[in-house]
Design a protein around this ligand. Structure first.
Ligand code: G3P
Length: 228
């Protein structure tokens, strides 16, 4: 199971939808080939099939509902996400929170479908609650820093350290990513030094005038770290 060390969330930004979503995804794919850093992209659901058919890097939905295919207007069944070519999904992002029991059901459905579940959590204690559900990875993101340009890895290192501690106490095999405000290569380096497996990032890439250059900058410390 390959969990990306750099996961780019396209959210619902105009700057990362449609043709621009394809361009950013292809840039991420280029950097993956160039540097060997596993990069994933998480486009808006409206672009999921387009992106999955445009690149070989792993593509993630931003959300799924714990339901089968069928008469569920407006819902996102995991099996249709798989059908569209995605490798997995984010769950419980701060901007799309769901009850713990839905997280549990979604993880189980995704496991049966061989889809990767990356569950977001806002705090160390929620990271622990989520770890007990055995997702494939957890991404801790303090909501107040999301989109702020103030990196969690520098402004709130204790959130990462305490999440690592609480997740490890439950299952040491679950990788922990962190996100919120990650803007530079140096922020990524700080996250890795604290023990993060990788980072989840959005605006630094989607709003960049040169997304490919930004992706390369964010991937560089991961390449050096994983080589060392
Ligand atoms: O999912 C990533 C995200 O919530 C962080 O957003 O814009 O602070 O990188 P941003």
């Amino acid at each position: 199971m390959h969990i990306p060390r750099l996961l780019i969330n396209f959210k619902a930004y105009m700057e990362s939808s449609g043709d621009r979503a394809v361009e950013i995804s292809k840039s991420a794919e280029r950097i993956w080939r160039e540097m060997g850093v596993l990069i994933g992209v998480s486009p808006n659901i409206v672009d999921l099939r387009l992106i999955s058919s445009s690149v070989e890097i792993p593509v993630f939905a931003q959300h799924v509902d714990p339901i089968p295919a069928g008469a569920y207007t407006g819902h996102v069944p995991p099996i249709l996400v798989k059908e569209a070519g995605a490798r997995g999904s984010l769950l419980n992002h701060s901007e799309k929170q769901i009850p713990l029991r839905h997280i549990a059901e979604s993880i189980n459905m995704m496991r049966d479908l061989n889809l990767i579940s990356i569950v977001c959590s806002p705090t160390p204690s929620e990271s622990a609650a989520v770890a007990a559900l055995l997702p494939d990875a957890i991404a801790v993101e303090p909501p107040e820093l999301i989109g702020s340009g103030i990196p969690v890895s520098k402004a709130k290192p204790e959130v990462i350290l305490n999440s690592l501690r609480s997740v490890k106490a439950i299952n040491s095999a679950i990788p922990l990513l962190c996100g919120a405000g990650i803007s530079s290569g140096d922020d990524v380096k700080a996250a890795l030094e604290l023990g993060s497996y990788g980072v989840l990032v959005a605006s630094a890439v989607t709003k960049s005038p040169d997304p490919q250059r930004k992706i390369r900058e964010l991937a560089e410390p991961i390449a050096s770290f994983t080589r060392a």
